[in-house]
Design a protein around this ligand. Structure first.
Ligand code: PXL
Length: 286
């Protein structure tokens, strides 16, 4: 019997709206990986399109949770960070990574902060510069196009992109030190969209594309990131993990569009979990 893998997921709890921990927990658990959580904040909803949401900051709890875990000898196969509520919390997470990282721990950073060229509510213009410090600690970095250019301090441009431009972006990001970069929201024409997967050790880049579905569905970055973590930790290659995560995310979006659900409510990924389990358990595992 293989030892059960354990991941520490560090995100907020958006009580309604299917993103961050309410997505990471079910998706990663579904493939048999234990998920320990450090909630960075508790909000009544995510901040994307709702007014009047509550925000309970948990900054003071983050380090004590990590220290307690350390004191009882917990070890992690991966640490997966997502939405971080403030610059102070970014600084704390740098310390948490150092404290909890063991020899075999993969640090997976989704630098959640922006989309479509715009920073999310609550973030000040100096947030990307500070997020860069966390990105420099990542083994696997998974930004969208906006987050990527903000980390690189480049202007945001809309696509379609050229392969040369995408190469320049992923190589720039890999310069921060990550071994693998998965860039989302990449497109070379108007009909397809997907990821660029860069393996810095091999210097190789692959693309994982799918038909574009119109509409901005909230929380899809976290659905993608969580399923990518689930696949990578289960032993799939970078390319296979990106394929599994893109297919899982796209099928969840398609079902949600079909149902006519409010785009702020998140996607119906739950119905795709059984397919995710099948994909993760089969295929080209290492
Ligand atoms: O899915 C990203 C995310 C996570 N958590 C909170 C958010 C967002 C994006 O807006 O507001 C609280």
């Amino acid at each position: 019997m293989e030892r059960q893998k354990r991941i520490a997921a560090i995100h907020d709890v958006s009580c309604f709206g299917k993103c961050s921990l309410t997505v990471a927990l079910p998706i990663i658990s579904a493939v048999g990986i234990e998920v320990s959580v450090i909630p960075t904040a508790v909000l009544s909803t995510h901040t994307g399109g709702f007014e009047g949401y509550t925000f309970r900051d948990l900054t003071d709890d983050i380090m004590p949770i990590a220290r307690h875990w350390k004191s009882i000898g917990l070890e992690f196969d991966a640490i997966y960070s997502g939405y971080v509520g403030s610059i102070k919390q970014l600084e704390i997470l740098e310390e948490v990574f150092d404290l909890l990282r063991g020899d075999g721990t993969k640090i997976i950073v989704d630098p959640v902060m922006a989309d479509y060229g715009v920073l999310y509510k609550n973030f000040t213009p100096d947030f990307p510069r500070n997020m860069k410090r966390l990105a420099k600690k990542a083994d696997v970095l998974i930004p969208n196009m906006t987050e990527a250019v903000f980390l690189l301090e480049k202007p945001y441009t809309e696509g379609p992109y050229t392969e040369e431009y995408i190469h320049e972006i992923v190589e720039g990001l890999a310069g921060f030190g990550a071994k693998q970069v998965v860039l989302t929201g990449v497109y070379f024409d108007d009909d397809n969209i997907g990821t660029a997967n860069f393996d810095a050790e091999k210097g190789s880049i692959t693309y994982t594309m799918a038909r574009r579905i119109e509409g901005y569905y909230h929380g899809t970055g976290d659905v993608f990131g969580s399923s990518l973590c689930a696949s990578l930790l289960s032993g799939h290659s970078l390319e296979s993990s990106a394929r599994i995560a893109v297919d899982f995310t796209v099928s969840s979006i398609a079902r949600t569009k079909e149902a006519g659900t409010d785009v702020r409510f998140g996607v119906n990924f739950e119905e795709s979990l059984k397919d995710l389990i099948i994909s993760v358990r089969s295929g080209d595992r290492l």
